[in-house]
Design a binder for this molecule. Structure first.
Ligand code: XMP
Length: 172
């Protein structure tokens, strides 16, 4: 494994992001939605630095598994999600890779009529996007490598690492 982002770099990146978000929302009540499971660590660090009224919820994206998988054809398991109609919503995910997951979640959440909907990711992978959107906020751009740690997993392992590391092909 190769270190990509140290614990300290992540701490600084998340702190910068929290200042940006605090400035942009100027105290307007916010609903922060974390996409399970990868955003858990990012979510818990970020929300503790947002010192204004906010609600927190969790969602899980589910792809339809059928003969054709359309981009955006996602359902959301929303058991842990508060009502978002009329609210300012910030959707968090761990990584924007092809962007299909985030784009699908955005499309589905828009149907619930939030007052506004923005997206934030910890990592933006370079040169991989397959969708016509970019996240409103991101902490770090990374090259096209498979990364784990700080919530990101390989077979549900490594999520607990406090840093982000790249797994080489022979480790996958
Ligand atoms: P897309 O391609 O839809 O991917 O933007 C989003 C989801 O895929 C997972 N993913 C990764 N997980 N290391 C991981 O541990 C990676 O490099 C990686 N790339 C994508 C992740 O769950 C993300 O939410």
């Amino acid at each position: 494994m190769r270190l990509v982002l140290s614990e300290e770099q992540i701490r600084d990146g998340v702190a910068d992001l929290s200042r940006q978000i605090t400035g942009d929302y100027r105290g307007r009540p916010l609903t922060v939605l974390g996409a399970l499971t990868g955003s858990l660590v990012f979510l818990s660090d970020l929300i503790r630095q947002l010192d204004f009224r906010l609600q927190v919820g969790l969602i899980r994206a589910r792809s339809y598994r059928g003969r054709s998988i359309l981009p955006g054809a996602l359902t959301i398991q929303d058991a842990e999600m508060p009502e978002i109609a009329g609210r300012d919503v910030l959707l968090l995910d761990d990584i924007f890779d092809t962007g299909r997951t985030l784009a699908g979640l955005v499309e589905t959440l828009r149907e619930l009529r939030p007052a506004s909907l923005k997206t934030a990711v910890l990592l933006l992978k370079q040169g991989r996007s397959e969708v016509p959107m970019v996240p409103d906020y991101y902490c770090f751009e990374i090259p096209d490598v498979f990364v784990v740690g700080y919530g990101l997993d390989y077979n549900d392992e490594y999520r607990h690492l406090p840093h982000v590391a790249a797994l080489d092909k022979d480790e996958l």
